[in-house]
Design a protein. Structure first.
Lengths: 110, 110
DNA sequence: TCATAAGTTTCCATATAACTCAACTTTTAG
DNA sequence: CTAAAAGTTGAGTTATATGGAAACTTATGA
């Protein structure tokens, strides 16, 4: 479980890095998106923060919390409220979008 | 604030309905997506539940909570944990995706 | 019209997310 | 190496999300 978890984290983080590095210098596409799974939420916060060249303490100041709190959000991410997610990413000037996707309608057969 | 909130809810709900109605019968596009803002989360749950032809009680049974809890999630949605969101939409066989979007990189000028 | 189903609300308990403080470890430059 | 900066951890507090129970209101349809 821990191993699997780690692997997932690494993958997503790498994807992010690739995208990031790939885009430095290319101006016509100056934004990127990535999916956010609950398990990797912490890594997402961390990488966006790094991109913004902020320390945990600085991010904390923007939001109004201690650096330890940021650390916890980046690491022991178990469960988080939407409010917190939005608060953090707003401070990082990143946009979080929740999308609900619904396949296969289930119609009752008459 | 309340008025504005209501207005936003209505709009998003209407969008959803239009999409829904528009799609009934068209098979080639049997899925739809819509954005989920925290303020309208409750409406989202409600409309997907309705599509699944479930009562609050039935949805509650699927998840393992009382109908009153579903009602609360659909109405007084102030703040919710990701876990809860995922739990509900999983029961509704809908997929929630969180996407982080980041525009305008901020590079330090040398 | 009235009985039943569906949904809402209030009061309450409990679990836990959010947070601080301070000590600690790790990283980074000089 | 070594001091400062950055990040982590643990213990403890506070705020609040989750949830149940039950009484209540609002559809629905026979």
């Amino acid at each position: 479980m821990e191993t699997k978890n780690e692997k997932m984290k690494m993958m997503t983080l790498d994807q992010m890095k690739d995208q990031d590095i790939g885009k430095i210098g290319t101006v016509e596409r100056d934004k990127y998106e990535f999916d956010l799974r609950m398990e990797v939420l912490g890594d997402m916060i961390k990488s966006v923060r790094k991109q913004r060249k902020l320390t945990q303490e600085q991010l904390g100041e923007l939001i109004g919390v201690q650096k330890s709190q940021i650390s916890k959000l980046e690491r022991n991410t178990k469960n988080v409220t939407i409010e917190t997610i939005l608060k953090v990413f707003r401070a990082l000037k990143a946009d979080v979008k929740f999308t609900v996707e619904m396949n296969e309608f289930e119609f009752k057969m008459a």
